[in-house]
Ligand binder design. Structure first.
Ligand code: GLU
Length: 579
């Protein structure tokens, strides 16, 4: 949540910071701001999206600066609460990603000592504390301030008269980009791609001093060596490439994504903890949780390995027996709740495996083993290709553990997805775009597919969509059925086929319009459904993938019909780095 960016170099900082914030906007977009250093600290900050600012605002001089695009945790989105925040003297400016948990007590003390606060944020205490600690050396003042803070932070700080910027990290991501005569800092690598491929991932407890032509990293007050990594993502991977939205581009990238994901792990590279596991716990949030649930439906019958599935946010509070191995799934590798679960496992001597898309993200440095899914950057806040990649990796794990019996299916997965990308969904969109509530109904492995489908619809169209295991409908939700509440059902040949036909008839009898994902030539389905969305025949695993993609497209086209902000839905942000 929230993106921060910093620059120290020879070019004008403001345009670089603003462009960096546009790249990071998917992490938070309720307000933005930048500060640059000239003879004094100059600030421009505002409620709203940085992408709505004209290209050349002609503001702020200076070649050193910091910027922030916010996802508010403390204080409403407003001009005043936008970062950067300053001290009483306006000499110091701070941007912050994270939450300062003890800010109330700090704020009361600071007010008692005469400080004047201008915002409702937790962040502002940091600027005032640095002001108190400052005796002419910004690095020292920051170092003396950090021990007073509890909570999570990635911080960038500048001060008038100091030709440098200071960075600090604790439980929020922060990466440095090493250029030629210029240095960058950012929440992730996307703003750096245009300028450099050489990056340093800071660790928790690190501070760094960045000057145009040099940098130093410290752990506590001791100098620390941090490896420089070469990144392989290129700037064109973060462009829309002719698509109307990043989400549509990313949906269309899924044939490649599934191919990469399936090849991300082999019998030789599968972590031994998984090869030998007799029980597995999967911990994840949001779409990743749905991928974990699909995994459970696939692995238990194929390998007889029991899987516990836990939400990251609840795992911390649960007192449950540990499995042999914990799999933490997180697209960004920074999901706070999933990271906490991995750490809990490690503290209890359980082997941990991370499945993530981001090399060197915090989860990869926390878990014992990592499987990288190689989906490439995903900019749209709503997950599409990262979800399909998680499912691809997990299917491959099941395939390996069950002796390779689905090898061919996975080899052809990309072609199955290609087949459905251009499906005409107009009639289904006609129904969905008029609805206030939509039911998503499935059985077996298609229940988590429906959960993911409903989540997509909620996230980007703002229509209330709820997934139910079909058998549960009669235990209450039936009371909500009416001609105004369409239901989407997956009804394809398989163990649940007959009973799903029956469930659709029961819904139809209550006047509910039915959109069925089924085989095009299925007369029984056609008789009941108002609309059929055709699902190509194939192996059940393939159909998990194709129905997932069809539901993504249905959500996308519905949201587009309704004129929603598809890539940046209201109130959301990617990379949920706060608990
Ligand atoms: N807690 C800070 C605020 O609400 C930072 C939030 C963020 O990480 O965007 O301003």
């Amino acid at each position: 949540m929230c993106g921060i960016v910093g620059y120290a170099g020879y070019r004008s900082a403001a345009p670089i910071l603003l462009q960096g914030l546009r790249r990071l906007e998917y992490r938070g977009y309720d307000s933005y701001g930048i500060a640059t250093l000239s003879t004094e600290v100059c600030i421009h900050k505002k409620a709203g999206k940085v992408s709505e600012l004209p290209d050349s605002p002609g503001i702020l001089q200076g070649t050193i600066g910091i910027g922030h695009t916010r996802w508010a945790t403390h204080g409403i989105p407003s001009d005043i609460n936008a970062h950067p925040h300053q001290d009483c003297t306006d000499q110091i400016a701070v941007v912050h990603n994270g939450i300062i948990e003890n800010y109330s007590a700090l704020k009361r003390d600071l007010i008692g000592r005469g400080h004047i606060f201008r915002s409702d944020t937790d962040t502002e205490v940091i600027a005032h504390l640095i002001e108190e600690a400052y005796t002419g050396d910004l690095l020292e003042a920051v170092r003396n301030t950090l021990p007073l803070l509890s909570g999570s932070y990635a911080l960038l700080i500048i001060s008038a008269g100091e030709n440098r910027l200071i960075a600090a990290r604790n439980q929020s991501p922060l990466v440095l980009g090493i250029g030629d005569g210029e240095i960058f800092a950012a929440s992730d690598i996307t703003p750096l791609l245009e300028y450099t491929s050489r990056v340093i991932y800071l660790n928790d407890g690190d501070t760094a001093e960045l000057r145009p032509d040099s940098y130093s990293v410290y752990f506590g007050d001791r100098p620390a060596e941090r490896e420089i990594h070469e990144i392989s993502w290129t700037p064109d991977t973060i462009q829309k490439g002719g698509f109307a939205h990043f989400m549509l581009k990313e949906i269309f990238e899924q044939p490649d994504a599934i191919h990469q994901a399936v090849h991300a792990v082999s019998e030789e590279t599968l972590p031994s903890s998984l090869l030998n596991a007799s029980s597995i716990t999967v911990v994840a949030c949001g779409s990743s949780y749905h991928a974990g649930m699909i995994f459970r439906y696939l692995i238990e019958p194929a390998c007889g390995i029991p899987v516990r599935l836990e939400m990251g946010s609840e795992y911390k509070y649960a007192s449950i027996p540990f499995s042999d191995v914990i799999i933490g799934i997180s697209q960004s590798g920074e999901t706070a709740d999933t990271l906490a679960a991995i750490r809990k496992g490690i503290c209890n001597n359980v082997k941990t495996v991370a499945i993530t898309n981001v090399l060197n993200s915090t989860i990869t440095r926390s878990a014992h083993d990592t499987i990288l899914m190689h989906a490439g950057p995903e900019i749209s806040v709503a997950a599409s290709k990262s979800f399909i990649s998680q499912v691809g990796v997990l299917m491959q794990v099941v395939n390996i553990l069950s002796g390779g019996r689905c090898h061919d299916v996975l080899d052809h997965a990309r072609y199955a997805i290609e087949q459905v990308l251009l499906t005409d969904l107009t009639e289904a969109v006609d129904i969905c775009s008029k609805a206030e509530h939509i039911f998503y109904v499935g059985r077996g492995v298609f229940y988590p597919v429906m959960m993911e489908g409903a989540l997509k619809m909620k996230e980007i169209s703002y229509i209330h969509a709820e997934a139910y295991a079909a058998g549960e409908l009669k235990h209450g939700p039936f009371a909500l059925l009416s001609p105004e509440t369409p239901a989407i059902a997956i009804c394809i040949p398989g163990p649940a086929y007959e009973v799903m036909l029956g469930n659709m008839k029961e819904m139809k009898a209550r006047g509910t319009p039915i959109i069925a994902l089924g085989n095009d030539d299925d007369e029984d389905v056609r008789e009941i459904a108002d609309v059929i969305v055709p699902v190509p025949k194939g192996h059940p695993w393939t159909q998990v993938l194709t129905t997932t993609v069809l539901l993504q497209l249905l959500a996308y086209h519905t949201a587009n019909r309704l004129g929603r902000e598809i890539d940046m839905p209201r109130n959301l942000a990617k990379s949920v780095t706060v608990e």
